[in-house]
Design a protein around this ligand. Structure first.
Ligand SMILES: NC(=O)c1ccc[n+]([C@@H]2O[C@H](COP(=O)([O-])OP(=O)(O)OC[C@H]3O[C@@H](n4cnc5c(N)ncnc54)[C@H](O)[C@@H]3O)[C@@H](O)[C@H]2O)c1
Length: 259
């Protein structure tokens, strides 16, 4: 008998929807189907209309502009959520960015500015998102998830500075989990296999990565958006209350293989 996850009565905010292929969007659809109430942020004014078109499909009109590298904007999102909802049950961080020039080519060519840009957008942003969000979860506990990739611990040529950013992000997940655990707030990350999205399109060799998953993973296929969304739903729900500080692979097993 299939087990369904009930998120009725739970409220959360999703950072990182850009279009219908965004991992954050598929996670949001699954959360809404499970009964959760959602608020969304979009990075810039340019994304407002397309994101609004998507979120209206879920009957949600709670949308905030938020460049997550701007702490004042992050704080403002939570201030509005605090006055509208009073409390929060979960947060989805699905945010990453690197300059195109810093993806592909020799890793050692990365500039200080390129390093800062990638680390700020893709790793640092989890810190203010957790810092200002966790106090809203303090009453009943809560769950925060971030999205990572296996390049945090292995070399994927072309992924370059994003691998460094994902290593930092995963370390933050553990440090934030330790800090907020006593308040009942859990912090975990999903390490997803390659999925065709806007962000993935800027990774040189992305198609080779998909092919390698197909050929070498134990499951002999690439993963799907839905598989990531189902794991996100589990981590954001009360079915995972014993899990924090974890990096959960959704990679068809690719990560366990040496050859
Ligand atoms: N697609 C994959 O193969 C894959 C695999 C593993 C992990 N991930 C991770 O999943 C997450 C989501 O990526 P995606 O593949 O869905 O691509 P996507 O391009 O749809 O999502 C990336 C999001 O980051 C947002 N963003 C970037 N900089 C921002 C900033 N300064 N402030 C606010 N938002 C900002 C973009 O607006 C966009 O919504 C990223 O962390 C990515 O590294 C993706």
């Amino acid at each position: 008998m299939p087990v369904s996850i009930d998120m009725t009565g739970k409220k959360g905010v999703v950072f990182g929807v850009a279009n219908q292929r965004s991992i954050a969007w598929v996670i949001s659809q699954r959360l809404a189907e499970a009964g959760a109430e959602l608020a969304f942020t979009y990075q810039t004014e340019r994304l407002r209309a397309p994101v609004e078109k998507l979120t209206s499909q879920l009957g949600t009109s709670t949308l905030f502009e938020c460049d997550a590298t701007d702490e004042e904007q992050v704080k403002a999102v939570y201030d509005k959520i605090a006055s509208d909802w009073g409390s929060l049950d979960f947060i989805v961080h699905s945010v990453a960015y690197a300059e195109r020039d810093d993806l592909g080519g020799p890793f050692s060519d990365v500039s200080l500015q390129g390093f800062r840009t990638a680390l700020e957008a893709s790793a640092y942003t989890l810190v203010p998102i957790a810092r200002y969000g966790a106090p809203l979860m303090a009453e009943s506990g809560g769950s925060i998830i971030a999205m990572t990739f296996d390049a945090s611990v292995k070399v994927y040529p072309g992924y370059n500075i994003m691998g460094t950013a994902k290593a930092a992000l995963e370390n933050e997940v553990r440090q934030l989990a330790a800090e907020f655990g006593p308040s009942g707030v859990r912090v975990n990350a999903i390490s997803a296999g390659p999925l065709p999205t806007l962000a993935a399109r800027s990774i040189p060799g992305f198609n080779d990565m998909r092919r390698a998953h197909q050929e070498r993973s134990p499951l002999k296929r690439p993963i799907t958006h839905d598989e990531v969304a189902n794991t996100a739903l589990f981590l954001l729900s009360d079915l995972s209350t014993g899990t924090t500080g974890a990096i959960i692979p959704v990679d068809a097993g690719y990560g366990i293989m040496a050859l």
